[in-house]
Design a protein around this ligand. Structure first.
Ligand code: ADP
Ligand code: MG
Length: 551
């Protein structure tokens, strides 16, 4: 048996990269800015451990469009490369320098936040450019290098002209990609992928209005000045310690994340874990009821502050995809299919961690401020009820804080409800009979009749309520639900007979017969028991199973 190593040569991989590396050509900019960020973070790390004996300073990344010459520039002030390093890192496709760096500085570099993974990022530039140049100077005392390549396997490498450390990448934008010479398109991309990257990114300048000098007249225009337009917030809230943030900061970050969202979130959950996987983030419970942006404003997934996607299906349990916010984890595998994701061990752990955190947060609000929790219940119940149906672990926790409102506006947990009704509302087999109404107006007289007998009536009007009742009936022993207008209420619930009706049994029977004739539908039953409570002269009922079948 022979073993060997497949050599991936530039010659055969090049056209593949151009076509298939990423279906989305626009991500080239994300890749180049990730590299610029990595180069800067590496320098920060090397200066912090004393290996690079230069001042770290206040480095920036800059993106410049030169429409006239059809060029796009990405500049950084990071570690740069010597010409030996250019040969090694750039010419050897699929050789990831980021991985090598992490390997070499395994212990000290772990938390440096380096982004690169795949060793193909740089070459994504050829998806939109027919020629790429690199002018780079290492932080080490060596001459600058100038690499250029027109997309064929041949490249040139010569001495470069650059005084300060760092790298400039120049893309000669191809004829079919001129959209990337439009300032508005680049700004859109920067906003989408780089809004929260850790190094300031400059894109042009903007005019800032200064305060008027003292003594200025009303009609005098306020003075202005041109300042760098920094498009990102390098320190977004989720990267900070929860203890250092106030309620206002979380609300502010929500607006930063969803600028078109005017409704305030109901509450937030700050995620922060580094073992057995690394994950940070902030999730928000939005007010869902009147929201039209429900589809658009979704949870965003980041890796080391680089936007990856807002399709978190498979990573976040489905019932939580209604939430909003940010999840940042280097441990979620990218560029893989969703079905693979769902089978991935790390992703499974992440998903159950998130479920647990959400349940814990809800439980703590419930315990700390019951009144507030009750106020929010209507807005959050969909998520919670859906979660109870779909995740057993969530059901176990939520069972302690899920609320069941009565028609009179009281809120009970299941346990409280049970305590409240167990004496009056049990059937012959000591099964608890929970009464509910689905429509307060339409079922008014049934509700009143039930209340008159001392029963509690829940108001169950959410869209998935019949599934939830079924779930409760199967997971709790000795429990059944019955709608207030169900036909069998009175034989269901055992009770002492109290007769206050003015009609005799005989008269009742006759009246019942007459009424049934008029109704002429065998699936309904006429009941005259309501007379006993003075709530209504009679009731028309339909079997519970029939009604559920129709739903
Ligand atoms: P990865 O980022 O996954 O390592 P890339 O193809 O994006 O792969 O980049 C290959 C390597 O080229 C990087 O690891 C790095 O060593 C080097 N490199 C790319 N861009 C820069 C840059 N702006 N400054 C310094 N080195 C860079
Ligand atoms: Mg990269």
């Amino acid at each position: 048996m022979a073993t060997g190593k497949i050599n991936v040569s530039v010659e055969n991989i090049f056209p593949l990269i151009k076509k298939f590396l990423y279906s989305d050509h626009e991500i080239f900019l994300r890749e180049l800015i990730s590299n610029a960020t990595d180069a800067t973070l590496k320098l920060r790390h090397l200066t912090s451990i004393g290996e690079a004996k230069i001042e770290y300073g206040d480095p920036q990344i800059e993106v410049k469009v030169d429409k006239e010459n059809k060029k796009l520039h990405v500049l950084d002030q990071g570690i740069g490369m010597t010409s030996t390093e250019v040969k090694k890192y750039i010419n050897e496709v699929a050789f990831s320098g980021a991985e090598e760096f992490l390997d070499k500085y395994k212990d000290s570099g772990k938390d440096a936040g380096i982004i690169g993974h795949f060793g193909l990022g740089f070459y994504s530039a050829f998806m939109v450019a027919d020629k790429v140049e690199i002018i780079t100077k290492s932080y080490k005392d060596e001459p600058a290098a100038h690499w250029s390549c027109d997309g064929s396997p041949e490249f040139t490498l010569k001495k470069g002209n650059k005084e300060s450390h760092g790298t400039e990448i120049i893309l000669h934008i191809a004829e079919d990609s001129t959209e990337f010479l439009e300032e508005s398109r680049i700004r859109e991309l920067l906003r989408k992928y780089n809004k929260f990257m850790p190094i300031p990114i400059k894109f042009g300048t903007r005019t800032e209005t200064l305060p008027k000098p003292e003594g200025a007249k009303e009609e005098d225009p306020a003075p202005t000045q041109e300042v760098d337009d920094i498009i990102n917030n390098p320190n977004p809230a989720w990267t900070k310690k929860p203890a250092s943030l106030k309620e206002e900061d979380y609300k502010g970050f929500y607006r930063e994340l969803y600028p078109m969202q005017f409704e305030e979130p109901l509450f937030h959950i700050h995620l922060n874990v580094d073992y057995p996987f690394n994950l940070t983030g902030i999730l928000y419970f939005p007010k869902l009821t009147t929201d039209l942006n429900i589809q658009k404003d979704r949870i965003q997934l980041y890796q080391n502050q680089v936007f990856v996607t807002d399709n978190v299906e498979g990573i976040v349990p489905e019932f939580l995809t209604m939430l909003r916010g940010v999840i940042d984890s280097p441990d979620i595998p990218l560029n893989v299919s969703r079905s693979y994701l769902q089978a991935d061990g790390a992703v499974k752990k992440i998903s159950s961690y998130i479920t647990r955190k959400v349940a814990d947060k809800l439980s703590s609000i419930f315990k700390k401020d019951r009144e507030d929790f009750e106020k929010k219940w209507n807005d959050i119940k969909i998520v919670i009820e859906y979660g109870m149906l779909s995740e057993e672990k969530f059901f176990e926790k939520a069972d302690k804080f899920a609320l069941y409102p009565t028609v009179d506006g009281n809120y009970f947990t299941f346990e409280e409800l049970q305590e409240k009704i167990k004496d009056l509302q049990t059937d012959k087999d000591d099964k608890l009979v929970v009464l509910y109404a689905s429509d307060k107006e339409a079922q008014h007289s049934y509700i009143e009749a039930a209340k008159a007998k001392g029963y509690e009536v829940l108001l169950m009007d959410s869209p998935i309520v019949s599934h939830l009742m079924q779930k409760l009936e199967t997971s709790k022993e000795k429990l059944s639900f019955a709608r207030v207008d169900a036909d069998n209420l009175d034989n269901l619930i055992k009770k002492e007979d109290t007769q206050i009706s003015k009609l005799s049994d005989e008269e009742k029977e006759k009246l019942k017969g007459n009424l049934e004739e008029v109704i002429d539908d065998k699936s309904y039953t006429v009941q005259l028991e309501a007379m006993d409570s003075d709530a209504a002269p009679f009731m028309i009922t339909e079997p519970e199973f029939m009604r559920r079948m129709k739903e």
